[in-house]
Write a protein that binds this ligand. Sequence first.
Ligand SMILES: CC(C)(COP(=O)(O)OP(=O)(O)OC[C@H]1O[C@@H](n2cnc3c(N)ncnc32)[C@H](O)[C@@H]1OP(=O)(O)O)[C@@H](O)C(=O)NCCC(=O)NCCS
Length: 333
Amino acid sequence: MKQFNTKILGTGSYMPDKILTNYDIAKRVDTSHEWIVERTGIHERRISDLSKDENPSGMAARATLKALEAANLTPNDIDCILLSSTMADQPMPNAASMLQFKLGITNNCPALDVNAACSGWMYLLPMADAMIKTGMYKHILVVGSEMLSSFNNWDDRNTCILFGDGCGVAILGRAAENEDSKIYSTVLSSDSSKKDHLALWAGGSNMKLTHELLDSKDQWMTMNGQEIFKAAVKTMAAHAEKVVKDAELTINDVDWFIPHQANLRIIEAVGQRFNFPTEKVVINVQKYANTSSATVPVALDEWIRAGKIKRGDNILLAAFGAGLTAGAVFLKY
Ligand SMILES: CC(C)(COP(=O)(O)OP(=O)(O)OC[C@H]1O[C@@H](n2cnc3c(N)ncnc32)[C@H](O)[C@@H]1OP(=O)(O)O)[C@@H](O)C(=O)NCCC(=O)NCCS
């Protein structure tokens, strides 16, 4: 059977206009701009406005239009939609179907939501790669779109400083015979022994949102920050090393490293673990905080649009999140 190499045909991102600074947060909880910057590197984050349809599918529609333009494609050229969101627009129907509608796609392409928390977009890349390689689909829209402001407890200083809203997408397709774009290697994992360190206990089938539950404020996410921090550093560094080795290349062959943007200290610690030059690490956590599965595609899009990432560059992507899920992808752009 003929196999194809996977190429990123176009990328796009969309961030809400509304900026929430550390100073704004410090008016509500006992924290300070200085503390947040020192411990996380975050200065500000974006917050969705539902009156502007800035929910996961609405942000994804805007980001996709930019990616379609970059790829020189039209909405009906997309023949599969894969969308990652930790909390999609609503439990039913899925956000990928809503996105198909918002894009005016009429070809009835499949539309699938995936929830692997912050690793969701990374989880989708190997799936899309397999489907492109085998010729199953030609143009797969891979979305990470997140509205963490909807389940972030704005009265909990341990978590509320960390998160923001936004969306990043990539359209994956076939590389032409004379092109060398490809996905070299991928790794995905989940360490469920740490599943309780980052969780949202209510709102699903287990725990319905009752008046009593809302009164007890148990509808928000909870986190053991230090455990997540340690696991994130260890796993992202190990995954990054593995995909480079599996590609039979070395760290010196990596042009750009795009890690999940959760905390600047985590990013720096991962880079140090495998002696990676800091100038090749893509960082935008200071502007957007942690937008869960959107962080990597947003950073990828920003660096491509700024002309820093160029065709032929080797890009290493790594993510981790609740679960604890994690993954890395090494590719030639
Ligand atoms: C959350 C995080 C920033 C906390 O930083 P830290 O250096 O581990 O801080 P600690 O948890 O040790 O807390 C130190 C103190 O600061 C306090 N503190 C916590 N949040 C604070 C805030 N926003 N402002 C001021 N003080 C704060 C704590 O209450 C604690 O006080 P205590 O010593 O009196 O108990 C850090 O652990 C982290 O980023 N973890 C990873 C989280 C993450 O990435 N989650 C998403 C995964 S996808």
